[in-house]
Design a protein around this ligand. Structure first.
Ligand SMILES: [Zn+2]
Length: 302
């Protein structure tokens, strides 16, 4: 199960890299064929897996509430998948952060009258466009229809489908516009890219991300959830508190290795050469980032 998800993620990342090389149409073709897997989380709550970041979906008497929307060419497949679970179009669409593998469908869903909601920095970054330095990926400014129309700074609560859905913003973590989405009655949380389940995570220093912010955010989630909580990661398979605790321990141990080296004035190349993650590479280094790439990324995010 976990291995399958690695492969799926790896495949989508390869597709992304190929798409950048071959042009957008190759990528669009690949995405148009992508199937969406529906994973039940709780009554009326699902995790949807396709290409890009995992989605969360609440369906019920008030309509449909979607968390993240992957890439634009998948929108029709996502819509059709939702139609198998509800006869309602998407009413609210949450962006957990601005990255294009989580917000690529915004324009399509915006045109279908979804109300897009996100932290204020998501709107600012989507509106301006920008460069994700670690991948040298330039993101053009988003069209108006793709922009969040409701933004928040610290927290916002939805009362929808019998759920209390709390969005909270951890400061400077994966980016500077992250949202955690707690479904209180279902006892579930969608963590966006604060959590990559099973492999080294990307932290986007060029979008205001900080490794310590990720560690603090994961700690705050751990303090809030219990052993029965379902944890939807931004990437990787559906998870739980025990796995999140192991992820946190890994992040903390690596931070404690790398931060003093950077503070002592070592260059990124020197820190990478010192192999500070060696003890963790076997378990966590087989995702889309190699250990060396990851150390380079966290060096920037410390
Ligand atoms: Zn991301």
């Amino acid at each position: 199960m976990r291995r399958l998800s690695f492969m799926r993620f790896g495949k989508s990342f390869t597709a992304l890299a190929l798409g950048l090389m071959l042009g957008a149409s190759a990528l669009a073709d690949d995405h148009a064929k992508q199937k969406i897997e529906v994973i039940p989380v709780a009554e009326g709550l699902y995790m949807l897996v396709g290409a890009g970041g995992n989605m969360g979906l609440s369906v019920g008497e008030d309509g449909t509430f979607l968390v993240d929307d992957q890439f634009a060419p998948l929108s029709e497949t996502i819509r059709a998948t939702i139609a198998t679970l509800s006869d309602q179009p998407v009413k609210f669409l949450i962006n957990t952060h601005w990255h294009y593998d989580h917000t690529g469908g915004n324009e399509n869903f915006g045109k279908q009258k979804a109300v897009i909601v996100a932290h204020k920095n998501v709107r600012t970054r989507l509106e301006a466009g920008g460069v994700i330095e670690a991948f040298k990926k330039s993101v053009p400014p988003a069209p108006d229809m793709a922009l969040p129309v409701v933004t928040f700074e610290q927290a916002i609560t939805f009362h929808f489908n019998g759920e209390t859905i709390n969005l909270t913003h951890p400061q400077a973590a994966h980016t500077d516009g992250d949202a955690l989405v707690f479904f209180e009655q279902a006892n579930a949380v969608h963590m966006g890219d604060l959590y990559f389940n099973g492999f080294y995570p990307f932290i986007d220093a060029s979008s205001g991300g900080k490794m310590l912010g990720v560690i603090n955010a994961v700690e705050a989630v751990l303090a809030k959830i219990d052993d029965n909580t379902k944890v939807i990661p931004g990437h990787g398979p559906l998870s739980n508190k025990a796995e999140l605790r192991r992820y946190h321990a890994m992040l903390k141990a690596v931070y404690e290795q790398v931060a003093p080296m950077k503070q002592a004035g070592k260059t990124a190349a020197q820190v990478i050469a010192a192999k500070p993650t060696a003890a963790f590479d076997k378990q966590w280094g087989k995702g889309f980032l190699t250990p060396d790439q990851w150390v380079g990324i966290i060096y920037e995010a410390i």
